[in-house]
Design a protein around this ligand. Sequence first.
Ligand code: NAP
Length: 286
Amino acid sequence: MQVELTNHTKKLCVIGDPIAHTKSPLIHNTMLRALGLDYIYMAQSVPKGATQDWLQAAKLAGYAGFNATMPHKLDLIPLMDHLDEDAALYGAVNAVAIREGKAYGYNTDGKGFLKSLLEAEIYPEGIRAVILGAGGAAKSVALKLAQQGARSITVCNRTSEKADDLCRLDPTGTLRPAAMDSHTLAQLMTDTDLLVNCTPLGMDGTEGQFQDLSFLDNLPAAASVYDVIYAPAETLFLEQARLRGHKTINGLNMLLWQAIFALEQFTDTAIDGQTMKEVLKPVLAL
Ligand code: NAP
């Protein structure tokens, strides 16, 4: 992508380790060019343990903000001057805006998930949800559903302690932990309106895959199935749900909306998200 820099160009970036395969510069620079904003968005490799040094350097170098991915999301929490409600609840920051030397921490993953859900005409209030996984993505999804008034949310995870830990974060008391074996899942499906995969099973570049998806047979016909993975666009999990007649949603819109919400904070600009999504989709070729 051709980017013209001026003396006034403001700096943004994503930090992480590893960071080489991040799509964030492509997404953000495409949006910035379309919006006509004089910013450049880069990728910075910042190792574990260097979060505080990076934040100091970013302030001194005049960065307007940055996104954070593994392994910095948790380490940023105590370094922020202000935290938004979701970042405080999840204990994780994925976007930092720097304003007059102060760091404002946000977590836009849950908001991105919710926006993508509403776009698919799935309304969380009163629903019964089952979440597969208990990592960072599951935390954003499960706690956002709880905040939005879901009736029940079951967090199924391979490592039971991690599901327990996630459920303890929920101030509404809606989350409950469960195992992720075929028998448990088959039993849970009969009372499920929304099933969300928040594990990397089936993602491009990973070895793992669901070995047995027969539990999907027990889902009610009207249940929707969501996979936070966006590459491939249709995982085996989503394909099997679609073949059984369910509404299916992949993680692309969640990814795009979390980026749009972060860029609004970095640039203090209200962004027409629908227009941006149309600009981004062909560029990402997903
Ligand atoms: P994470 O924090 O590492 O959590 C991974 C979760 O998956 C853990 O609960 C882990 O269980 C489980 N898991 C991993 N391998 C498994 C296997 N072979 N069998 C069963 N469970 C397994 O990762 P994350 O950040 O939540 O990311 C998860 C996925 O979400 C990734 O594919 C990521 O790309 C995607 N994601 C998408 C978006 C978006 O905007 N669309 C945003 C964030 C993440 P244990 O606790 O037992 O290890």
